[in-house]
Write a protein of this length. Sequence first.
Length: 469
Amino acid sequence: MTTQASLANATKADAPASPWPTFWIASIAVLLVSIDTTVLYAGFGALRQGFPGSSAADLSWVLNAYTVTYAAMLIPAGGLADVHGRKRIFLTGAAIFIIGSGACGAAGSVGFLIAARVMQAVGAALLTPASLSLILDAFPQNKRTVAVSLWGAVGGLAAAIGPSLGSFVIDRMGWPWAFYINLPIGAVSLAFGAVVLRESRIPGKVQRIDLVGMLLLVTSVAAAALALTQYESASWSREGIAALAIVAGVALVAFIAWASKASHPLVDLKLFHDRTYSAVNLATLSFAMAFAMMFFAFFSYMTSIWHYSLPLAGIAITPGPLLVVPTAIISGRYAARHGHRPGLVLGSLVYAASGLWLALVPGVTPAYWAHWFPALILSGIGVGMVLPSLSGAATARLPQNQYGVGSAVNQAIRQIGSVLGVAVTVVLIGHASLTRADFSQLYGMHVALALITGALCLAVNTRPKTQAA
């Protein structure tokens, strides 16, 4: 009996721990980060009231400073997680994000708020790729596709519910509480993460931060976003806008040239030798632009054209986000068996259909159930099929020593797409007096970007090797 008991205890001790506690702790932190990328779509009007001396183009940098910094920091953060420990970098990022959130809520000027948003973005960039690496390391190979799809679904749902959640919080308590709400949830994730998460790293690897590459990338994205947001500004001449566009293009070319020759580049261009990885990242860029444009436009349409209150607009958007997680679960299970391409292509077409509906059907008279609700259903299904699967397809064939960097590049490209989407939207509908016609061009671009996403995803091949053979 003693021997049997000893064997039973040994078997129990050797059994691998459940990966799900790691998944939920990592996902809670990513939930906060993803919410913060979109929560201010609902709060943009409140920010304009809170800082009446600032223009819409100036305030757009409360959103864009976060996403530009986040995009530039994600890639080295992925490498830091691989080298210095995924748990350590995750907890460090969570702590910085919480402090930055408190600073954002306490900001008394636009300049201070933008600086605090940069701090928030540094923390978010540290914890995001570390969270995915922790999940990939915790799950066995045959369950990673579903786990990554769920992780992506959490991020997609959070980004989708950010505006609706923000509308309630901001209307009831003011825009600072869009940031203060992060404090208790972030503290829970930090506390449980310190106890539950298991450390993992790549032994022997050395991480060198490519400051030149970071500077060139930030310069390119920031100059492009600034040129777009200031395109119709009276304080900028056409020559100045053209100069910004040239700076953006030159910095991008210089970034690619540097990355191809540097011994330790910010982005390892060899990743893009894989056709699937290249296609997925281009698709991520186009879809992220369309995603940002859709949410920014939604609140502008509801409050300016249909004259909904902010809380009512928040309720009105809810049905779409509620479909993201169940759709992502179904898509993830299908992708695990048959690859990501069918779901990505079909989801892009569904998302394009939602944009086409919004371009043609809603008018100036509110008719939510007949004119807007069908588009929300289509967009929720489309986002659930595409957004999580893009993350899954990007990491599907990565070797273990490139989990952090490879996933970080994909997430960075998504953030760059969001920056460009916000910038384009500010140009098209950022002025005070909006009409129904102002939205037609925007929804046309939404459709075009969704179709481009679908076309790019035709090159994705992540079928299981047994099926491919």
